[in-house]
Ligand binder design. Structure first.
Ligand code: SAH
Length: 238
C-alpha cells in the first residue's frame, strides 16, 4: 500500500489511461505529490487526487526543463518531508526513462523506492496497430534501441548484428537520427524495402501512423511532419 516517505517510481504507460496498471492507478489517486514528465498524458494526470501537487519536470529534446540532478533532489526533499511521492514516467520507468538513475540516487539518500512497471511505448504501439513484435517464422527476436545518444555523439551500435531480417527493431527517440540509422542498417545488408512503421502518440486520440520502408523512412517522416513522441518499428512484422 502507498506509504509516506517513499518514492513510488511509476510507469504511466503510453498514453491511454486504460493501460495503467491497477497499482499505478491506486498510487496516482493517493499521491500527495506527483512529479511527472512531458510524456505523461493529461488523461492520466486527471486521475490524481484534486489536492495533489503536480510538478511538471518535462524534458524536451535538447532543452531540459529541470536537470536530472535537480529532479532527484526534488524527489528526495519531498519524500523527506513525509509526503507520498509518485514519480510518474511515460511508458515503463526502466525503459529509456532514466528510472535506474533516479532509483540509485534515492537508494544513496536512504529513501525507500518502489518501482511499478508500465506498458512501454513499443507494446502500446504494437497492440494499437495490430503488429506483433515477434511472430513465429517472421521475427524471432525484438530489440529496443534509442536513437538519441549521449551529448549528440554518433550512433554507436553493432549494426552488423542489428541488420538481421529475422528480427524486429523498435527505435525510441529516433526522429533526428532515423536517416543515419536506416543508412547504417542498409550498409550492413538489410534490404532498403524492409518495412518501417512510424507511429506517433500511440494509444492516444492524436495517434497517427505511416507505413514506410528503410530506404525512404527519413524523407517521408520529415515530409509528413511527425514531431510528437514517435516510434519506428523496423522489420517484416510491420
Ligand atoms: N519510458 C518510455 C520511453 C521514454 S523515451 C517508455 O517505456 O515508453 C521517449 C520516447 O518514447 C519518445 O521519443 C518516443 O520514441 C517513445 N514514446 C513514448 N510514448 C510514445 C507514444 N505514445 N507513441 C509513440 N512513441 C512514444
Amino acid at each position: 500500500m502507498p506509504s509516506t516517505g517513499t518514492v513510488h517510481l511509476v510507469g504511466a504507460g503510453p498514453g491511454d489511461p486504460d493501460l495503467l496498471t491497477l497499482k499505478a492507478l491506486r498510487l496516482i489517486a493517493h499521491a500527495d505529490v506527483i512529479v511527472h514528465d512531458r510524456l505523461v498524458s493529461d488523461a492520466v494526470l486527471s486521475l490524481a487526487n484534486p489536492r495533489a501537487v503536480l510538478i511538471d519536470v518535462g524534458k524536451r529534446p535538447k532543452c531540459h526543463t529541470l536537470p536530472q540532478e535537480a529532479i532527484n533532489r526534488l524527489l528526495i526533499e519531498q519524500a523527506r518531508a513525509g509526503r507520498m511521492v509518485v514519480r510518474l514516467k511515460g511508458g515503463d520507468p526502466f525503459v529509456f526513462g532514466r528510472g535506474g538513475e533516479e532509483a540509485m540516487d534515492l537508494a544513496a539518500a536512504g529513501i525507500a523506492c518502489e518501482v511499478v512497471p508500465g506498458i512501454t511505448a513499443a507494446q502500446g504501439a504494437a497492440a494499437s496497430l495490430g503488429v506483433p513484435l515477434t511472430h513465429r517464422g517472421v521475427a524471432e527476436h525484438v530489440t529496443y534501441l534509442t536513437g538519441h545518444c549521449r551529448a549528440d555523439t554518433p550512433l554507436d551500435f553493432d549494426f552488423a548484428k542489428l541488420a538481421d531480417p529475422n528480427g524486429t527493431l523498435v527505435v525510441y527517440m529516433g526522429l533526428a537520427t532515423i536517416g543515419e540509422m536506416a543508412a547504417r542498417l542498409i550498409d550492413n545488408g538489410l534490404d532498403a524495402e524492409t518495412p518501417v512503421l512510424v507511429v506517433e502518440r500511440a494509444t492516444t486520440s492524436g495517434e497517427r501512423h505511416h507505413l514506410s520502408a528503410l530506404g525512404r523512412v527519413a524523407a517521408e517522416t520529415q515530409a509528413l511532419g511527425f514531431e510528437g513522441p514517435t516510434l519506428f518499428v523496423i522489420g517484416r512484422v510491420a
